[in-house]
Design a protein around this ligand. Structure first.
Ligand code: AMP
Length: 311
């Protein structure tokens, strides 16, 4: 799909281009952005453009045509592109026609975003405020004074393109005063009706977003269920583990007790044996003690027997 977004500064061309890019996977070619990048990089073209831009003028046709000619040759532009801020003059539109003709490419549509001029100043001021809030540098030409000049340029140099493209049956006008979402929907509806977007291409992102929502929901539910199940099985798995742990601790205490008992058993018999042995030894000793007098008695009784016999 090859598309031109036409409209005065602040009409929402950039915003809508970004939304289309996001949705249809084609590139946004904004000459304003390219010139600002060139100015920031300090290239000769950029420096020349910076001066013109900050005064609200238009950069020479040959410069912007050259930039676009190179850019549409890039591989990412093969699938299609959205031109945002180009062409801005009839000579630029003619140069674009020639470029596309040479490449056997067709322009699908020119979407004009029509807005009340009175709303533009407020929009541009809002844009500047939002840029400042993001901590980014505010565009030098987003001031009430430069905006007035840019609007004058638009009326005199760019508005003739409305006639140019309507003559070539390419022009489609959208009410740019609607909400951003409504404008996007309207552009998509028009592009689908034109056949620039396959119905599927138009529908897909919607159903895709629905599908992604459903997928997210399903994923959430599945995750919840899985968590519950996992928790349950973990509990279940933990049961024998707990049991085993209990058993183990019991076993440990049993083992401790057994060890203690064994120690006792080992110690006790030894003690007992020693005691027993000591007792026996003592008894034996006593017996031996007792036996000596007996022997003595025996000896004395034998002596007295002899004495009696001899006496
Ligand atoms: P934009 O970001 O589209 O509002 O452009 C910012 C400024 O860049 C314009 O005010 C012009 O000075 C310059 N510019 C961007 N595109 C073109 C163009 N196609 N032709 C001439 N000047 C342009």
């Amino acid at each position: 799909m090859r598309l031109i977004l036409l409209g005065p500064p602040g009409s929402g061309k950039g915003t809508q281009a970004q939304r289309l890019v996001h949705r249809h996977g084609i590139v946004q070619l904004s000459t304003g952005e390219m010139l600002r990048a060139a100015a920031a990089a300090g290239t000769p073209v950029g420096l020349q453009a910076k001066e013109i831009m900050s005064n609200g003028g238009l950069v020479p046709d040959e410069v912007v045509v050259g930039i676009i000619a190179d850019r549409i040759e890039e591989p990412d532009a093969k699938k299609g592109f959205i031109l945002d801020g180009f062409p801005r003059t009839v000579p630029q539109a003619e140069a674009l026609d020639e470029l596309l003709r040479k490449k056997h490419l067709k322009l699908d549509a020119v979407v004009e975003l029509r807005v009340n001029e009175s709303a533009l100043l407020a929009r541009v001021e809002k844009r500047a405020e939002e840029t400042r809030a993001r901590g980014e540098e505010v565009r030098l030409d987003d001031t009430p004074e430069v905006l007035t000049k840019r609007l004058a340029q638009y009326r005199s140099m760019t508005e003739p393109l409305i006639h140019y493209y309507s003559e070539r049956r390419k022009l489609l006008t959208v009410d740019g005063m609607m909400t951003i979402e409504h404008v996007t929907r309207e552009i998509n509806r028009i592009l689908t009706a034109l056949g620039a977007l396959e119905p599927k291409e138009h529908e897909e992102p919607k159903s895709a977003s629905k599908a992604s929502k459903t997928a997210k929901k399903t994923a959430k539910q599945t995750a919840k269920k899985a968590t519950k199940k996992a928790a349950k099985s973990a509990k279940k798995a933990a049961k024998p583990a707990r049991k085993a742990a209990k058993g183990a601790s019991k076993a440990v205490s049993k083992t401790k007790a057994a060890k203690k008992a064994a120690k006792k058993i080992v110690k006790q018999p030894a003690k007992k044996t020693v005691k027993k042995a000591a007792k026996q030894a003592a008894r034996a000793a006593n017996a031996r003690k007792g036996a000596k007098p007996a022997k003595r008695l025996q000896k004395s009784s034998r002596k007295s027997e002899l004495n009696a016999r001899s006496g």
